[in-house]
Design a protein around this ligand. Structure first.
Ligand code: ASP
Ligand code: MG
Length: 454
């Protein structure tokens, strides 16, 4: 069969790009401007997921009603601007009623599965409304339930998708429909083997977009957000940050993994596997251009960007044996693995280990990484020191381990700061520092000034 859109584009719109009717209309113009955009992945309207997370954590009834009212207002501000509001209002009302019931249950018996069910309503509503906005602009648009192709495990709040199942299901259920209509679906949500709704972790809509792009061999994935691309650092911290026009997959995925907020950290993996370029731009200002993430860039620079990840915890484990044992490391890592704790930064000395723990991904906002049971078990094997309130500042670049002079400069620029831990060597493309969270901004400013502003 010949395909009409062999290099079709997946376009993903974030919360601010579907925040209200005007934003949805701008995003609709982007979709309609290019006939190759056949699949649209949406976040919940800005603020909605946060409200739903609060409801899922169990609120007393007065507060529940307040949040529900705010949610209703956000939806109805959009509905009221439609030419034919009644086409969709009934469905949105049903979803709002559902949210009310689930919030009541959450107040008495909260659970992770219930949270995901509740939180998924944000994307369900925004995708229904956006489909209607497109239809009112005479487009052939069709709503699609992402859960019918995104199968996941049952790690609620941060579920892992089944890539093989997705490829088969998307080929069967989604591919044929792309030829007939622009398909509008939800980011962030999936379904486990028992049929329960799951979520992929906060900000997971980007990940959905690239997973679908991978499954269907898209020609490009466009991520529309409120910033015109990826910058050398967060411009709110360093106002002279520069937009990067073209960046390699590995540089951009390091930036995302180490905290750059533009993309969900897992987003680029599916795109890299199929070599699908990812464009990042602003739906408010398409003329401003954006960043293209692709497999190669010419003359990769030594220093590319500075990223920051907050809410980090430093764990120092000291062996109780005077004689260092070669089993200590193995024992400690096995213990952490049993508690599903992934330490992405590690340094060791003869009888101590230092680990940086990250708690920025899961749907719930709390730092659940260091549970009491983990702490108790660790304490029975070693002396445990915990320091919270830290930030990880990462310098992303190319071949840093091959270059001389990197340390001389960087340490001089950071001399004012009490650096708790340094990681360098495992990856040749980054250099990480753990320091007190309240020093992060000034450390970033200092690094950025020297590396990118002179
Ligand atoms: N709505 C979800 C969130 O706010 C997913 C996303 O926007 O990517 O985290
Ligand atoms: Mg996002």
């Amino acid at each position: 069969m010949t395909r009409i859109y062999p290099h079709f584009i997946v376009a993903k719109f974030g919360g601010t790009s579907v925040a209200d009717f005007d934003a949805m209309n701008r995003s609709a113009s982007i979709v309609l401007a290019d006939p190759n955009v056949r699949l649209v992945v949406l976040s919940a309207s800005a603020g909605v997921t946060n409200l739903l997370v609060e409801l899922s954590e169990g609120l007393e009834s007065r507060q529940q009603l307040d949040k529900l009212e705010t949610l209703r207002t956000i939806q109805y501000n959009i509905i009221s601007r439609l030419k034919q509001p009644t086409v969709i209002s009934k469905e949105i009302d049903n979803l709002l009623d559902n949210i009310g019931h689930l919030a009541q249950t959450a107040a008495t018996s909260p659970s992770a599965a219930l949270s995901d069910e509740l939180v998924s309503h944000g994307e369900l509503m925004s995708s229904l409304l956006f489909t209607e906005v497109l239809r009112e602009r005479e487009a052939e648009a069709s709503w699609f339930d992402a859960r019918s192709v995104i199968r996941t495990d049952d790690t609620y709040g941060c579920a892992a998708p089944d890539i093989d199942a997705l490829a088969t299901l998307a080929e069967t259920h989604l591919r044929p429909r792309l030829e007939q209509a622009i398909m509008i679906t939800q980011g962030f949500i999936g379904r486990d083997a028992q049929g329960h709704t799951t979520t992929l972790g906060r900000g997971g809509s980007d990940y959905t977009a690239s997973l679908l792009g991978e499954a269907l061999n898209a020609g490009r994935v466009d991520i529309w957000t409120d910033v015109a691309g990826i910058y050398t650092t967060d411009p709110r911290i360093a106002p002279n940050a520069k937009r990067i026009d073209r960046i390699s997959f590995s540089e951009a995925s390091d930036m995302a993994a180490y905290g750059a907020k533009v993309l969900h950290p897992a987003t680029l993996l599916p795109a890299m596997r199929k070599n699908i370029p990812v464009f990042v731009g602003s739906s408010k200002n398409t003329a401003a251009g954006g960043t293209l993430v692709c497999s190669t860039t010419e003359n990769p620079p030594r220093y590319r960007a500075v990223a920051v990840r907050r809410k980090q915890t430093l764990l120092r484990l000291h062996s109780l044996d005077a004689q260092p044992s070669c089993h200590f490391l193995a024992q400690m890592f096995a213990l952490l693995a049993r508690h599903s704790v992934a330490a992405d930064l590690v340094t060791t000395s003869e009888n101590s280990i230092a680990l940086a723990l990250d708690s920025t991904h899961a749907t719930s906002g709390e730092d659940h990484t260091l549970t009491t049971s983990l702490f108790t078990e660790l304490s029975s094997h070693c002396r445990v020191e915990v320091e919270t309130g830290l930030a990880l500042v990462t310098l992303v670049g190319n071949q840093l381990t091959q270059a001389s002079g990197v340390f001389k400069d960087v340490f001089a620029w950071l001399e004012e700061h009490a650096v708790r831990m340094v990681c360098h060597g495992a990856s040749s493309n980054n250099l990480c520092f753990l320091l007190p969270a309240d020093e992060a901004d000034s450390a970033i400013k200092a690094l950025h000034l020297q590396l990118f502003e002179s």
